[in-house]
Design a protein around this ligand. Sequence first.
Ligand SMILES: NC(=O)C1=CN([C@@H]2O[C@H](COP(=O)(O)OP(=O)(O)OC[C@H]3O[C@@H](n4cnc5c(N)ncnc54)[C@H](OP(=O)(O)O)[C@@H]3O)[C@@H](O)[C@H]2O)C=CC1
Ligand SMILES: O=C(O)CCC(=O)C(=O)O
Ligand SMILES: [Mg+2]
Length: 737
Amino acid sequence: MAETKSPEILYTIVDEAPELASASFLPIIRKFASAAGITVGTKDISLAGRIIATFPENLTEAQRQSDDLAELGELVKQPGANVIKLPNISASVPQLVAAVKELQAQGYALPDYPEDPQTDAEKDVRARYDGIKGSAVNPVLREGNSDRRAAKAVKNDAQKNPHRMGKWSADSKTKVSSMDGNDFRSNEVSATLTAEQAGTAKIEFVGKDGSTKVLKDGWPLEAGAVVDASFMSARALSDFLAKQIEETKADGTLFSLHLKATMMKVSDPIIFGHAVRAWLAPVFEKHGDALKAAGVNPNSGLGDLLERVKDKPEILAAIEEVREQRPPMYMVNSDKGITNLHVPSDVIIDASMPALIRAGGKGWGPDGNEGDSNCVIPDNSYAPVYDESIKFFKENGALDPATAGSVQNVGLMAQKAEEYGSHPTTFEAEAEGTMRIVLENGDVLHSHDVEAGDIWRACTTKKAPIENWVQLAMDRQRLTGAQAIFWLDETRAHDAELIKYVTPILEAKGVADKFEILAPREATRASLETITAGKDSIAITGNVLRDYLTDLFPILELGTSAKMLSIVKLMNGGGLFETGAGGSAPKHVQQLVEENHLRWDSMGEFCALGESLKFLADSQGNDKAGVLGEAAEEATQGILDNDRSPSRKVGQPDNRDSHYWFARYWAEALAAQTKDAELAVHFKPLAEELGAKEAEITGELAAAQGQAAEIGGYYKPSDEQKAEVMRPSKTLNAIIG
Ligand SMILES: NC(=O)C1=CN([C@@H]2O[C@H](COP(=O)(O)OP(=O)(O)OC[C@H]3O[C@@H](n4cnc5c(N)ncnc54)[C@H](OP(=O)(O)O)[C@@H]3O)[C@@H](O)[C@H]2O)C=CC1
Ligand SMILES: O=C(O)CCC(=O)C(=O)O
Ligand SMILES: [Mg+2]
């Protein structure tokens, strides 16, 4: 048998809008890559794929799937890794349950998600599903730190064609509200482990009666790791939320809650649940038992709750009564009555706050009108970024994308750094007592006295990733000469430990004068002042701010984070090229299904593809890949220069048209280049044919729009139907094959 070589590039199979886009774009990539002998393989990290891979024993041989995420997780530790990673769903419980239902209906005999596991078997199923829940993919693949910025061409284009910005007025009532203490920020303790302290630690809960329960055992902690612990008081949180509901009413604004229930999959759904309880407090007081009997878990949201009590008129009437007393809520979809509190994963802070700020501080109210909002962000660790942005724009008016400079990001992310790696070590306290970290040498590293319901968490940041991050920051500063700010707060326990790493490295390299260290609030203001003046800034941040800022600044500067270049230099030498900095845009799927228009912008994929090919050229000495990569960059430029990005409205060119244009510009650039004559000859006829048949192709693409599209599933669409919908031009298909 002929030996099959392993693919040089791996492209991920994901969910929702980006996956629909792949059905059109991947065949094009493969066609072009094959001309240079490059194979592009796929790995399935979709939610459905991960569910299927988790329960092989329930499935037929034909239904089974390999655990591609685990394989990729190993691969990114190899020097040769070259992965193009598209955004995937980080599922909340309602999404996970919906995906399981859909797969069951497709004939997959999967177990139900056990809401309240009792038997050992149920507990096992629940644990396996919980492994799939939330942000279960990105932390596994991110074996390197993050470098996110707008490519020069993209930034120039945004300045030339500035997007619409909402107006900010000085008397806007929009504000950010956070707890005044007893939150993660104020309760945080942190220490850097010495060699004597390294080893296998455990996390224990010690009850008032002195009994000890081990919550986590065999927790490996390395020397040099920064280890944090903190908790949010449930009582303080409830009081705060109740107060905020009243304050919103008094202000006459919309109540909104912004969390990251996907990435922070243990802590934030609990915080979300507290908000649902606070909102419906009188209903929980009066009908608590009935709600419990109906299987209501407030952490799953109002949507799930309403579904469970839909046949209970007394409870529905009580909910209606409360609604009348409450301030209006910020809506996810006012036409359909979907509120901020319906589903924990509908409002995700990194995307939701920037969208609100871009709109001039406005959110959608239940009446379908825009209104000012009280943005409730309970924890104080990062809320000041949004608070200060809002204050800045109230004082200075909206940012002008035509003249604004750019904030790039160098993010400390590798090896599950900081809070984003905390899910396995986050616990809701069962009772009053003490939570503590006990080291292998017997030392108690951290301990907190907690009350029942308090949300306690620990997390680590390893030494090698920290040093690598500081090095990346120095490289980026040297390459750009831009203002460079470490967004670290010396008064915060964790940040103070990081500063102990950062300062000596900068001093040893003699570059300390090129960097500032500022707390997030001050760094926000300094960066906004810099870009307002048309200059650039490098934000050197931890993992959470990496996430928040790479939506915030691009959304203000470019209108979207979809156009970001998002490179992860893997610590063992490989490259992970993430596409954009945003997510999987569920609303876009809805539009495609209703009217066969896909407004997803593949600019992130275009940029990642160019980088991946150039990386292949550099790392493997593959010159043809280099030629393909440079031509892909020219094609990307062509899309921008000729305004070929998808439009938002049905009847106008969409994602599929942009792929046609990308293919055409790519082929033209390859035909025109002189570095590789063979490739030039190969692509010349293709370029000519794509040009000659423009009218036919764009006509066929346009004709497909305007009616409902059937893709045979939401979480697991049928490959055939997806291909049929996403590749409606017979002429283009005949050329691409
Ligand atoms: N790297 C990853 O794997 C990431 C995954 N996610 C996941 O994505 C899902 C949705 O997250 P959410 O917070 O709603 O954020 P999204 O970024 O998916 O969506 C917010 C809005 O941003 C716009 N948008 C985002 N990407 C594009 C694009 N390529 N082209 C055009 N517009 C775009 C859309 O605006 P409009 O509707 O106005 O067109 C969209 O509705 C969640 O499951 C989340 O966990 C989120 C972030 C990163
Ligand atoms: O993994 C996730 O849940 C989201 C990741 C994200 O938002 C980001 O990396 O920007
Ligand atoms: Mg993000």
